[in-house]
Design a protein around this ligand. Structure first.
Ligand SMILES: [Fe+2]
Ligand SMILES: [Fe+2]
Length: 321
């Protein structure tokens, strides 16, 4: 087999968590998992890392967690590029009196976007990275309107104008397009199952009164009309073993479990589904990705142990339309 053009790693939901200064941390294994994963990825020869949102938890403010996030990267020895998407938790401190714009500013500062080799619209939290060798386009969308992704219209008209124009341009240029957008759509293509039945936090097409969310609808129309997009999402935290990993019909999407520790879908007492949120130690799931001329191969990986997860393997042929 020929060598890949390049490799990268995808992680999501790192969830550095310093609730009450670290005294009441919920994501117990977040720091250990992140540190081990960076070391593994460093050894795999990845050109860069994509982090699909929720780098921090904002359990009682974002600043200390962002600082810890940066400290862990420095401590790990990984000095390559990490490209972060804005998830919903990055803006969660609005619940504690911080303004949304303060949270967005912290994301820009601590993700260091103004110092990374990206195309960043001025003052925005969405951006594009063009791979320097192959010219592939990595488009990072942002949940820019706040933490309650399931209750909001998450994308401004300005963001959707930007992303639609960019996708059209990159499609005409015949580039590969990877779109990183943190939150899946509720009861829709969240994997090899048709939905993620226990997870209610995904984005909706209308509010509780039935009023349409135009930004969310434009996003859905975009990923359905452009099958050359490979959409990478996170947010549900659900484990690879529960098969909510891949959609290939209405759109092309890969869902990435939480690096901080996964949840499992289990039956509830009423015959429905619920989530088991008991975290297991030494488990940090993500993808190791190889890009070839005619396809991209996503290999599920336990970045804690450093082992591939053989059953989790998706080969996506290149599609230029
Ligand atoms: Fe999350
Ligand atoms: Fe999230």
């Amino acid at each position: 087999m020929t060598a890949p053009l390049y490799r990268f790693a995808v992680i999501s939901d790192v969830h550095i968590d310093l609730e009450d200064g670290g005294k009441k941390t919920y994501f117990t294994y977040a720091e250990d998992n992140f540190l081990h994963s960076l070391k593994t990825i460093n050894n795999l020869g990845c050109r860069f890392i994509i982090s699909a949102g929720d780098q921090i938890t904002n359990a009682s403010g974002g600043t200390a967690e962002w600082r810890r996030y940066r400290e862990l990267i420095a401590q790990s020895g990984y000095d390559g590029l990490i490209l972060e998407a804005l998830g919903n938790h990055e803006t969660r401190c609005a619940k504690y009196g911080c303004t949304l714009s303060h949270s967005l500013g912290e994301f820009l500062a601590y993700a260091g976007l103004e110092h990374k080799p990206v195309n960043l619209p001025s003052g925005k939290t969405y951006y594009e990275y063009l791979d320097p060798t192959c010219g592939d386009s990595f488009i990072f969308m942002a949940l820019e309107n706040g933490a309650d992704a399931n209750l909001l219209d998450n994308f401004s008209a300005e963001q959707m104008d930007w992303v639609e124009r960019l996708v059209e341009k990159r499609t005409k240029e015949s580039r590969r397009i990877f779109l990183i957008q943190h939150a899946p759509i509720y009861a829709y293509g969240a994997g090899d199952r048709t939905d993620s039945p226990a997870y209610a936090g995904s984005i909706r097409m209308q509010d509780e009164c039935g009023k349409p969310f135009p930004g969310n609808r434009r996003f859905k129309a975009l990923i359905e009309s452009r099958k050359n997009i490979i959409w990478l999402s996170g947010h549900t935290h659900v484990d690879f073993a529960d098969n909510v990993n891949f959609a290939n019909e209405a759109c092309r999407m890969l869902h990435v479990p939480a690096l901080a520790g996964t949840t499992r879908i289990i039956a509830d007492k009423s015959g429905g589904f619920t989530l088991d949120r008991t975290f297991r130690p030494h488990c940090a799931q993500g993808y190791h990705v190889e890009v070839y001329d005619d396809k991209t191969i996503f290999q599920g990986y336990d970045f804690y142990s450093g082992d591939p997860i053989e059953k989790i393997l998706f080969t996506i042929p290149r599609n230029s339309t």
